[in-house]
Design a protein around this ligand. Structure first.
Ligand code: SF4
Length: 241
């Protein structure tokens, strides 16, 4: 981390502690007017954050369109545009990379091995994410501690060494019930798959509904070992004060 960004990070950690989400967004936006960006996958959590952005400051919003998303996700995207009128910039895989991968391995190679699944995620998500975060200082995400055990030690504001940005996780300590209550209270458009047992929603071939009592992430890459269920977008490091 550059000394300048590290100083900003440490002072922002103090500044946003105890603030509401809209107040924290304003603080971050004032610190980096062009440098704050929010990634949405139109999940429950991301819809709550979009609603907060609509009530505070015009931070840029982007999504990673992997080309394998559910029709219901595209429908949520459309309804979000209708509701908020906020531009959502789409980032896509590099054509040559995805063409070579599919030509060599076929369209559903992710079922064959963890390596091929991670390669697919890398091409369809990680590379576009790097492009989306170019020149940005703060990346806002919908991560929650409840999502999975390896997200339990996330911080509200943390340094992402891989992407070299400050990461802000405003819903970190929200429970699922609180998220749903907010969605209902403000009549926010949400992905219809949530009503059919889908909780964490990614690409269509790699996401299934979960049964009562199953882990939050059980519906993602369900054929793999539970310990490997990240797509490479969120790599966690902690920086202490
Ligand atoms: Fe590919 Fe599945 Fe990863 Fe989507 S979630 S990028 S389809 S492996």
């Amino acid at each position: 981390m550059s000394v300048l960004l590290q100083d900003s990070f440490l002072s922002l950690q103090n500044d946003i502690s105890g603030l509401s989400i809209t107040e924290a967004l304003k603080k971050l936006y004032n610190a980096f007017p062009e440098g704050v960006t929010f990634s949405t996958s139109f999940s429950y959590e991301d819809q709550v954050i979009t609603d907060h952005i609509s009530k505070s400051v015009p931070v840029s919003i982007f999504t990673l369109d992997t080309g394998r998303m559910f029709p219901e996700t595209y429908s949520t995207w459309t309804r979000t545009l209708e509701r908020y009128g906020l531009p959502v910039k789409a980032f896509y895989p590099e054509e040559e990379q995805i063409q070579n991968f599919v030509t060599t391995n076929g369209p559903n190679a992710f079922y064959e091995s963890v390596e091929l699944r991670q390669k697919c995620c890398y091409i369809r998500k990680v590379v576009p994410l790097k492009k989306a975060l170019e020149g940005k200082a703060v990346w806002i995400t919908g991560l929650r501690a409840q999502h999975s055990p390896n997200r339990g030690d996330l911080q509200l504001l943390e340094w992402d060494e891989t992407n070299r940005v400050i990461k802000y996780n405003p819903l970190l300590h929200w429970t699922t019930e609180e998220v749903i209550q907010y969605i209902n209270q403000y009549n926010i458009p949400y992905n219809a798959l949530h009503d059919r047992g889908f909780v964490s929603i990614g690409c269509a071939p790699c996401t299934r509904a979960i049964k009562s009592g199953e882990d939050f992430r059980a519906g993602r890459w369900w054929w793999e070992d539970a310990g490997k269920k990240e797509c490479g977008l969120h790599v966690h490091q902690t920086i202490s004060k």
